[in-house]
Design a protein around this ligand. Structure first.
Ligand SMILES: [Zn+2]
Length: 415
């Protein structure tokens, strides 16, 4: 991805957004999705223990997923093909539905073949919460830049998504079973939301970022899903006909894994969901689940440098609700956003200092930060989908409580 504006312009933009903030805006009330259910305290410990994070994410151990991802993996490379196979195998083993979106597109280096990987826990569910990242690393034609591994961009986010699937699959299975036992397809009307994980191909530009040389996979998938009509028998009346409309929210992870990220809210209509990630961080922190293992080998060498992790990853929405950077970051979410899909963009802004340099390697990562991200995302997704195994499935005929927050009374045109 790239920032669309230079820093000098951002100051100007900030002033402009302050001026805009004074204007009255159309009334749009946003709220939690119907499946949302807070996780009980007893289930929180169980959630954290669902996977051994070190076994997946400690890249100093060559057998971990993240270690395997830390190789150059530009579009069309043998490494990328091999890793796509690894990712696909991971989800097949977990029993998820696999969809491979393979297509050709022209690039500054001629026609290339791309493959988006789409995994769905329960493809019959009418709606999907999508978590996504790009698997490809940026192509550099000359040595030594051709050894670029994109540790934050986006090896670490991809490893987090693989861990998310491993961790939540047993809970997703149990919830599906409980929904079916509690009314089957009827129960799906309100509860029928599944987790979908997308690994985009061709996010990076081959040369300089332009509208045609960037986000190849996301552009293709959003267009395909926007124009497809699903004529198969629908599980419930309310199932949207277009695959794009079945996405309740798209959460995009990018440039994560370096210490002390700054995550901002870009879209007023999904501010409530941004807050859920922030609350997940708070709750995990208060329960002592973040920053364990600071004595670990991968961390100790950097401890003095990165500090004590006392600051939140998230920039609180404050009164205005939207970051001045809103709409200024080009990334895989854009083709979906333009089609009306609600988006949360978890990206560190400013970008990590190593961005698009050979230094975006293992040294740029901070293991406790990567582990914290995995737990934050795991908790937020578990609550979004109401996965708590000890909680009852809510009565679907009872209207869900509307969470009113004055900051949500904004339109997407703001900022
Ligand atoms: Zn990049």
């Amino acid at each position: 991805m790239r920032p669309r504006l230079r820093i000098a312009w951002l100051a100007l933009l900030l002033l402009a957004s302050v001026a805009l903030a004074a204007r009255p805006r159309p009334h749009v009330l946003k709220r939690r999705n119907p499946t949302y259910a807070p996780l009980s305290d007893s289930s929180l410990d169980e959630l954290v223990a669902l996977t051994d994070l070190d076994a997946t994410l400690d890249w100093t151990r060559p057998e971990t997923t993240l270690a395997k991802l830390l190789v150059p993996r530009a579009v069309g490379s043998a490494n990328l093909t091999r890793l796509q196979g690894m990712v696909e195998g991971h989800f097949r083993k977990l029993g998820w539905h696999v969809e491979k979106d393979t297509f050709d597109d022209s690039t500054p280096y001629g026609t290339k073949t791309f493959t988006n990987l789409v995994f769905t826990h329960d493809p019959s569910a009418p709606r999907r919460l999508v978590l996504s990242a790009h698997l490809d690393s940026k192509f550099f034609p000359t040595h030594p830049e051709d050894q670029f591994v994109g540790a934050t961009d986006s090896a670490a986010p991809c490893a987090m998504l693989l861990d998310l699937a491993t961790g939540l699959t047993p809970w997703l299975d149990r919830r599906k079973q409980r929904v079916e036992e509690g009314g089957g397809e009827e129960g799906r009307e309100g509860q029928g939301e599944s987790l979908q994980i997308i690994f985009f191909d061709g996010e990076e530009a081959f040369k300089d970022w332009t509208h045609s040389d960037s986000i190849y996979g996301a552009r293709h998938l959003a267009h395909k899903w926007g124009s497809e009509t699903d004529h198969s028998p629908q599980p419930v009346r309310a199932t949207p006909r277009s695959p794009l409309r079945r996405i309740s929210h798209l959460v995009l992870l990018d440039l994560l894994g370096a210490p002390n990220p700054l995550i901002r809210n870009f879209f007023p209509t999904t501010g409530w969901l941004f807050d859920e990630f922030l609350h997940a961080e708070e709750r995990l922190g208060n329960a002592g689940h973040l920053w364990q293992g600071l004595e670990g080998e991968a961390y100790s060498a950097r401890k003095g440098e990165v500090g004590a992790h006392e600051r939140s990853f998230f920039v609180s929405r404050g009164g205005g609700g939207v970051s001045a950077y809103a709409g200024q970051i080009e990334d895989d979410h854009l083709p979906f956003l333009r089609e009306g899909v609600p988006v949360v963009h978890l990206i560190s802004v400013p970008f990590p200092k190593v961005w698009h340099t050979i230094k975006d390697n293992a040294d740029a990562l901070d293991l406790p930060t990567v582990k914290a991200w995995s737990l934050i995302v795991r908790l937020a997704v578990a609550e979004y989908l109401g996965l708590d195994p000890s909680a009852p499935i809510p009565n679907l005929n009872t209207p869900t409580e509307v969470k009113r927050d004055p900051r949500d009374l904004l339109s997407d045109e703001a900022g």
